[in-house]
Design a protein around this ligand. Structure first.
Ligand code: AHR
Length: 502
């Protein structure tokens, strides 16, 4: 057993936690939409074909925001195909995933589904095969009250009130060699600028996200962000970054170093955005959207990414998440919280089946993958301000990160509700941690309201349809609270949540 210490002070805050940190991506890929959240004929489906078992899990997971319709799919999508009477919609080839898209589910169904789920929509505009004009038409279709051809078109589809979509993504991963309509930074930056201006001319209050580089490991990374923001700095509010954790060497310790990589990645993108601001003598701070993050490396290529012919809703990129992935997700959530001053949107990629936190079978059950749990716990308990965590922990060293503290932690404090939530990962995979949390300024009347542990002795444990609860949170039994101090024994390889309330 080794010791680690976390000091928190309710007056030392990172920033207000944006609840959109608990967003997800829903893309038309594989069985994400079709057979995932939308399956007419399923025993739990409502009149709109929305699976109620999936909707119940989405609510339990605490999803706040959904980015749609892609992903790579976005860059070849004609939004007009997905609206209007379903029987008249065209089936199309989806060139991104080599599938056939029926278009039975489109923008209007998505908005209806978001209302049912109680989440905020974040729509993407296609800047691969299309451009600013198609984007402003979609904004007018969605947000204009009526009296124009496009807004009346929406009303004729049964949506009298505007969809009132505020958050929009200007394309997807536009520097990626795999992206339909890949662009240079100069081309994309100019296009994003023009697109933003047109979209805002229709609907002034939009919050717009420009594409950062698709990956920190691409040669375009860094220069891309700089050049793109040089073009559209005034027009966009956020710049995106995408992070997929991999474990190619099957080395669990190195794998958990992805948590540190995400931290570095966020700092780098923020620094580049600030360099653009400095050069312009601007006080504006471009915010960050980590609008794709997850573990994804097993079901990534070959038959997982493309199947023969042009199948409809094939089983693509159906990553099966292990307990180890859940530890990494728990650590990633701490990192996202600890950058609350800058990261205002984050989307777990993705929600259902395709790299999904939720899995389904056609006509059958829906269940929670291991990564579902840290996300749901963090979304349930993280509220208010993120506190600055002062961490004193022994560290191990990794190939990419010479110093990896065993304790990864974050904490939030909700002044109104008088609740503090602490999230702590012990990423030492062999030894338990004696954690001491010093709560400066804490009211002595505070009590432990909830203590939960996510742990499994087998790092590769998974949840399946037959055994859906193999990896699931349990009450934490090793916690003591005394005035101003919390002590807990954290199992080797465990993610833990402690909630204190007055
Ligand atoms: O989430 C799967 C894919 O990963 C998305 O379509 C794309 O944006 C990213 O490369």
């Amino acid at each position: 057993m080794f010791r680690a210490r976390l000091v928190l002070d309710r007056d030392f805050v990172v920033g207000a936690l944006d609840r959109r940190l608990f967003g997800v991506l829903v893309e038309h890929v594989g069985r994400s939409v079709h057979g995932g959240l939308f399956e007419p004929g399923h025993p739990t489906a409502d009149a709109h074909g929305f699976r109620q078992d999936v909707l119940a899990l989405v609510r339990e997971m605490g999803v706040t925001t959904v980015r749609y319709p892609g992903g790579n799919f976005l860059s070849g999508y004609d939004w007009e195909d997905g609206v209007g009477p379903p029987q008249q919609r065209p089936a199309r080839l989806d060139l991104a995933w080599h599938s056939t898209e029926s278009n039975a589910f489109g923008t209007d169904e998505f908005i209806r589904w978001c209302r049912a789920a109680g989440v905020e929509p974040m729509l993407g505009v296609n800047l691969g095969t299309r451009g600013a004009d198609a984007a402003r038409r979609l904004v007018e279709y969605c947000n204009h009250p009526g009296g124009t051809q496009l807004s009346d078109w929406r009303r004729s589809h049964g949506f009298d009130a505007p969809h009132a979509v505020r958050a929009w993504c200007l394309g997807n991963e536009m520097d990626a060699p795999w992206q339909i309509g890949q662009k240079s930074a100069a081309e994309y930056g100019r296009l994003a600028r023009d697109c933003a201006r047109l979209m805002r001319a229709v609907s002034p209050d939009l919050q717009l996200t420009a594409c950062g580089s698709s990956s920190r490991s691409l040669p375009t990374f860094g220069q891309w962000e700089y050049e793109v923001l040089e073009q559209c700095f005034e027009e966009v509010d956020l710049v995106s970054l995408h992070a997929y954790f991999e474990n190619p060497q099957a080395d669990s310790w190195e794998f958990l170093g992805n948590i540190d990589s995400l931290d570095g990645h966020i700092r780098e993108v923020a620094a580049i955005a600030d360099a653009v601001a400095a050069r312009r003598h601007s006080r504006k701070r471009t915010l960050l959207a980590v609008d794709e993050w997850n573990t994804w490396y097993r079901a990534r290529s070959g038959e997982h990414a493309r199947q023969p012919g042009w199948p409809s809703a094939p089983r693509l990129i159906e990553e099966i998440h292990t307990f180890e992935d859940a530890l990494a997700a728990g650590g990633a959530l701490c990192v996202l919280m600890n950058h609350a001053d800058r990261v205002k949107v984050a989307c777990l990629a993705q929600l259902v089946n395709a790299i999904g936190a939720i899995r389904t079978e056609p006509g059958g059950p829906a269940w929670r993958q291991a990564i579902f749990h840290p996300f749901a716990l963090a979304s349930r308990h993280a509220r208010g301000q993120v506190l600055q965590p002062a961490i004193d922990s022994p560290a191990g060293s990794g190939r990419l990160h010479p110093e990896m503290p065993y304790l990864v932690a974050s904490a939030t404090h909700d002044r109104q509700a008088q609740r503090t939530a602490i999230f702590a990962l012990n990423r030492h995979l062999a030894q338990p941690m004696a954690l001491e949390v010093e709560l400066r300024g804490a009211d002595p009347r505070w009590v432990l309201q909830e203590a939960v542990e996510l742990h499994h002795p087998e790092l590769h444990a998974i949840n399946t349809a037959a055994e859906p609860d193999t990896v699931s949170p349990r009450p934490h039994r090793g916690v003591e609270l005394e005035p101003g101090r919390l002590r807990a024994r954290l199992q080797p390889g465990s993610w833990n949540v402690f909630v204190l309330a007055c």
